[in-house]
Design a protein around this ligand. Sequence first.
Ligand SMILES: Cc1ncc(C[n+]2csc(CCOP(=O)(O)OP(=O)(O)O)c2C)c(N)n1
Ligand SMILES: [Mg+2]
Length: 1005
Amino acid sequence: MAQNISVPDIGDFKDVEVIEVLVKPGDQISKNDPIVTIESDKSSVEIPSPTAGEIKDLKVKIGDKVSEGSILATIENSQSAPTPKEEKTENPKKEIQLQEKPKTNGEVNPVKQVKKIFAEPASKDDIDPVETNEWIDSLNSVIENDGASRASYLLNKVIDQAYKSGLVLPDTRTTPYINTIPPEAETKSIGDQNIEKKIRAYIRWNAAAMVVKANKKSPELGGHIGTFASAATLYDVGMNHFWRAKNNKFGGDLIYFQGHSAPGMYARAFLEGRLNASQLNGFRQEVNKGGLSSYPHPWLMPNFWQFPTVSMGLGPIMAIYQARFLKYLINRGLVKDEGRKIWVFLGDGEMDEPESLGAIGLAAREKLDNLIFVINCNLQRLDGPVRGNGKIIQELEGSFRGSGWNVIKVIWGTYWDQLLAKDKTGLLIKRMNECVDGEYQAFKAKGGSYVREKFFGKYPELKDLVSSMTDKDIWRLNRGGHDPHKVYAAYDSAMKNKGTPTVILAKTIKGYGMGKTGESVNTTHQQKKLDEQDLLYYRDRFQVPLTDKQVKNIEYYKPSEDSEEIKYLKDKRLKLGGFIPERSSFAKQIKAPPKDIFDVFMKSTGEKEMSTTMALVRMMTALLRDKNVSPRLVPIIPDEARTFGMEGFFQKIGIYAHEGQKYEPVDSEQLSSYREDKSGQVLEEGINESGAMSSWIAAGTAYTNHDIEMIPIYIFYSMFGFQRVGDLAWAAGDSQARGFLIGATAGRTTLAGEGLQHQDGHSHLLASNIPNCISYDPTFAYEMATIFREGIKRMHEKKENIFYYITAMNENYSHPEKPKGSDEGILKGMYLFKEGGNKGKTKVQLLGSGTILREIIAASKILSKEYNIDADIWSVTSFNELRRNGMITERSNLLNPNEKPKQTYVQKCLDKRDGPIIAASDYTRAFADQIRPYTDKTFYSFGTDGYGRSDTRKNLRKFFEVDKEHIVAFTLSALAKEQLIGSKDADKAIKKFKIDKDRDFPANL
Ligand SMILES: Cc1ncc(C[n+]2csc(CCOP(=O)(O)OP(=O)(O)O)c2C)c(N)n1
Ligand SMILES: [Mg+2]
């Protein structure tokens, strides 16, 4: 039986135009296959078939207007209708179920449940200690007889009851200042501690030596010893036992190394035989081949570093979104779930950055149990203590616990275990709790007797506790982050944690082992020189087998290949699948869609008006029909889908939500209903440009981190792009991310009503500074389509390490047909849009970009009609690309003085043309000015310098003097100045258009 397919609820829209008919009679279609595309003045959306079957009759054609209920086609159900197409993916789709354990009162972390026995100091507030003990005994007996889970349950019930009775509840953001994992529950390291200790010593030595050596060469070179010195154990335990490398069987764990600890990674790679001594000697000397980059920079060491982390705060947010993106790929069936982890090494000072903590809520909300933060809490940053008057570990514990993370504190080393067990008074924990970080820092700078006096000495009972220990013994009481056993136990526990991200807060000493000049003192961070005495001390402290002479020569130490240390180190890495860090890519290219997919955009839209944003969204819709490209598109939007007319994507491809959709959306009746889905494709990031940019980086580097090429398209208000997330954009370039950044609602006068903070007149200039960012400001749909397709081809088919920034506007206008032969010019940055005649008084070259090209076109008509002046009109799609070509050509000419100079592309276009150049854009004059040096002709540029303000487009263009009237007047004046016409016309035009000569320069208003 034939059934009607009609237009469903499309919200407030009526009489919407059919712009594509996607089926014909006889077609067998599946449920949800698109029947037609309709387009309002703001957005286009496909209408899906409600059922499978064969199309019988088509009831509409292109250009028809439809509303809710209009019949589009009839369909006959048939048994033989094809089942919905499955997305073809590189890896077979696998149903992934996030294992979520029933909540058992805090037992998410499956460490062995062991009762932590610590004495409590008697409190003078306790009016009935016997009763208190009875309560504690009851709790202990429940733990013993019924287990920890039951005890937690009872406690929660009691707390609930207390809350209902109006009691003030205890603040439970933090736990006592001791290790989270009690000694009895620690998983013991499987490593050979003697060998590991030696390996660590050599790495420490070589890391310090390379910094000191570089500084001997030139103090300009800099470097850091203190950061890695404090983190060596944290890295070594991971390298020896936990971090699995990428190989043909496993995707690899991803490690974000703390930027300033780079020398440690080089020092290990030296022992592994991956770097040689001359490379270490080239630390921070990268200009000649073979040097090592100061910090982790994939651009500079593309086979080694994976993540640029040295701009503090970017590592944590990028890593969180990396972990989220990995789950996205898994949930969309694009990669297998192999239990890969993302480890992130951070400084405690770095946690001051808003970006560091800004996304931790998302990590917990999305249950990113593939994410492990390790915060090296050496209590210091560059100038001094991180929280001298407080405790950074406790503060971070509160923040992370409050956000729902699994927090593992690694504060005290094994030597403390005995003391804690022996402390019958409970005063030791009390003392640990009450000391602030400023004191803890001083304890480690000032030696054992100072610690005896100032730490233990406060209470006679504590002084007694350590009375049999020498000052040296006291000095040896180690911190958790320097104890491989404690670190191992923490990592092991983190690996097993399910359902939440984990943060390990490891207490360490900045400049550990550097002695008086560099250990735990305020100047540690900048310590890059060690004198002879310091070096000898360092050698002795870690027992590095070097003679005094070798130490004085600052020689590296590497045992022979058949030594037990090297064999051990290599064997460990072999068992973990290979070396880390290492950057590689085995991703297959994505075949660019056939040219005809964008054919429709190459034709004139006739009377029909649309914005370039709409054109772009239609291109994306078209791409979603290309089976190669479709699954790889990652549309990323920070809460602006409706602004950009992208709400149609909600239904079509769904919004990624790791829990699916647990509610019926309020607009479920509508075609563009808000659909969340576990395998949804859109990343709806909320009002969060940094997060969205981090997602974009994760997707844009999936070709190396996950060996799958993805096409991220991040669409944002152009003003909240480079200006807001500029440092992340720089990191994206360093990371060699591939994908599209779309600065929508672009232009200072094109986004009319929004005002000063929204109107962007400089994002292109910011983009122009990123060497591998290619940027365009297209005016017409065919330009956008040509650029967009080329982008896919260059980045995802040819795998060029570039990314695209394209501005898209929300101004509706009609689009002409693509001029013949314009492709090359569109891509190079300019082409002749319209050749002017040669019949007028004189001639001018008019250049325009973005929406201001349309003012230029309008101005040319006035110039021709009213002033008898002919104009060649050039559409400049990219002043930035033209400048690039100009710089390269000019340089080459200067370096080859004997050869005939080559022409810049701008010269090639313009030099044989008559008249001066008038260039205008919706960006500051500096944008167009960029090409001024690359032509011999007189050049005038106009733009939107100054703060924006809200008004109509017409008024704004008048205000910034980029409307057609100003362009006519300025052109006439310029021609008069060139003596090509008299000045009368210019003067008349200025009067006619009521241009106020005495008005201040707009940027001053
Ligand atoms: C965004 C940013 N601001 C400033 C710096 C300069 N800087 C480098 S290291 C450092 C101190 C780091 O302290 P911390 O995070 O505690 O690391 P530690 O060396 O103590 O492990 C600073 C301020 C930077 N790298 N990035
Ligand atoms: Mg620090």
